[in-house]
Design a protein around this ligand. Structure first.
Ligand code: ADP
Length: 480
């Protein structure tokens, strides 16, 4: 059990000012798997001060030196991947194989940005005057406050702090209350990597109070957030007071379009992965499946056969493909979505219930569920379910498929299955989404930009694009 009831501020493990702590429970069993400190705005202010004090020196370090710290952190995260994965699985229920994938992917962010740190290039622009030169520099924005969710407890942290540190920013991280344990372990590794005190700080505590400290403090230059659209909007509004920079990775409602000309086996595999991975708790999860009418029946049959084979259980068991949902609130939402669809006429083709027999009774397990005959007006087609429920509808034409897919305030990920190259290009270009997987149910890679259109967010994580989120552009006009 992890029992480090401290926060990491200014290079030291310190008690929270309130002295309060928090229990972390495994959603598969209800057992307590760890304890963490649980502070408030006062701890956040201390951490902001530490980050602010560390900024001048860290931002002036040679890029190569910052790169070396990040590289050491990459090596440490990779070395400790199994231990971190076990923590992730224990604190949020993710199948262990996926947790390992998450941690290895997180290590890769530190590696990638160790390299990217060295490539913050500027520009020279031809001047309109013979005695003037235009130089463009890119400089770190300052202190970054990062707020992360529980669904990828290590990855979401790595994806924010790696580019921020590479750019020369210092950071204060507030992880989700449900998953502080892997964040604590990660910060122990940050300490071991030898980062100077105050460069990276960890505060665990009351979300609204910590969030308010981040927004009110003029020392915080930038808020980097992943979480719900509701909280993202609050942060964006709050950031207006000091015109802080924000990057927001918010909710999604990903459509998947399966055309009659698709490789249906590939589509089954891709849809299964993008719907049920992480027990349907990803903002890029397929949330609505639209299948061309002529293949809808055979496709749904094959898909249901695959879904029925999925083993549900405690994520620490290596055979498990679908774990529990995160908590009681998450469970209720999923069951409400199923019930709402059922009561409005959808057919439950498989699953549809909470699992309550034997060991399942201790956790928040829902049968992997497929619903057909879903229509607009049902919650499953309008809100993010964040659980193992797949609503299926049919379409007749390419235009209709595009219209249905775009009919949402969200615009994070969308998926298309077709063998027709022209259609792949037309549809991918017409979709109002930041990420489009064409015959690909798992489109995220370290070096590719990740982010949403519309109410799914602002800014991009991943790739060289994420560096821009942590850099200001400065024009130096040089005259003589
Ligand atoms: P979810 O519903 O998936 O938990 P949230 O948006 O509530 O999504 O949580 C994502 C992150 O935002 C978590 O770290 C959470 O503690 C934090 N959070 C929640 N409310 C606030 C708030 N008012 N201000 C700042 N952070 C918040």
């Amino acid at each position: 059990m992890t029992d480090i009831q401290k926060m990491y501020i200014g290079g030291e493990w310190v008690d929270s000012i309130s002295g309060e702590s928090l229990e972390v429970r495994n959603p598969a069993t209800g057992e307590v798997v760890g304890r963490a400190a649980f502070g408030d705005h006062r701890d956040a202010l201390r951490a902001i001060d530490a980050a602010h004090a560390a900024f001048p020196e860290w931002s002036r370090l040679l890029a190569r030196e910052r790169s070396r710290y990040l590289y050491r952190l990459y090596e440490l995260v990779y070395q400790h991947r199994n231990e971190l994965a076990e923590l992730v699985s224990a604190e949020m229920g993710k199948p262990i194989r996926e947790a390992k994938g998450e941690v290895v992917g997180s290590a890769d962010y530190f590696l990638w940005y160790a390299e990217e740190a060295k490539r913050v290039y500027g520009e020279t622009i031809p001047s309109s005057f013979p005695n003037k030169r235009i130089l463009v520099h890119r400089q770190p924005v300052g202190v970054v406050a990062a707020i992360t969710p529980w669904n990828f407890p290590v990855n979401m942290v790595a994806r924010k702090i790696a580019p921020a540190l590479a750019a020369g920013c210092t950071v204060v991280l507030k992880p989700a209350e449900a998953t502080p344990l892997s964040a604590i372990r990660l910060f122990e590794l940050i300490h071991e990597a030898g980062f100077p005190p105050g460069v990276a700080n960890l505060v665990i505590g009351q979300p609204d109070k910590v969030g308010e400290a981040f927004l009110k403090s003029p020392k915080v230059a930038k808020i980097a957030f992943t979480g719900s659209t509701r909280v993202g909007k609050l942060l964006m509004a709050g950031a207006a007071e000091h015109v802080k920079r924000v990057s927001l990775e918010l909710g999604g409602h990903a459509p998947t379009l399966v055309f009659a000309d698709a490789d249906l086996d590939l589509a089954v595999k891709g849809v299964f992965e993008s719907k049920f991975r992480n027990t349907g708790q990803m903002c890029i999860c397929t949330n609505r499946l639209y299948v061309e009418r002529s293949v809808a029946e055979p496709f749904v049959e094959r898909l249901v056969a695959r879904v029925k084979k999925a083993k549900v259980g405690d994520g620490r068991n290596p055979d498990v493909e679908v774990g529990p949902v995160i908590n009681e609130r998450g469970l209720e939402k999923v069951l409400n979505h199923i019930e709402d669809a059922r009561s409005k006429g959808a057919a439950v083709v498989c699953g549809g219930n909470r699992l309550t027999e034997g060991d399942y009774a201790k956790g928040y397990f829902v049968e992997p569920t497929v619903l057909t005959g879903v229509e607009r007006g049902m919650r499953v087609l309008e809100e993010e379910t964040f659980g193992p429920v797949l609503p299926v509808a049919v379409f007749d034409t390419e235009d209709e498929a595009i219209r249905l897919a775009n009919d949402s305030p969200y615009g994070l990920a969308a998926y298309v299955y077709t063998r027709d190259l022209g259609r792949a290009v037309r549809v991918a270009e017409a979709l109002e989404f930041g990420i489009v997987g064409v015959n690909d149910g798992a489109p995220v890679q370290t070096q590719a930009p990740f982010g949403g259109f519309k109410e799914s967010g602002l800014g991009r994580e991943g790739g060289h694009h994420a560096m821009d989120e942590f850099l200001e552009i400065k024009h130096i006009s040089l005259a003589w």
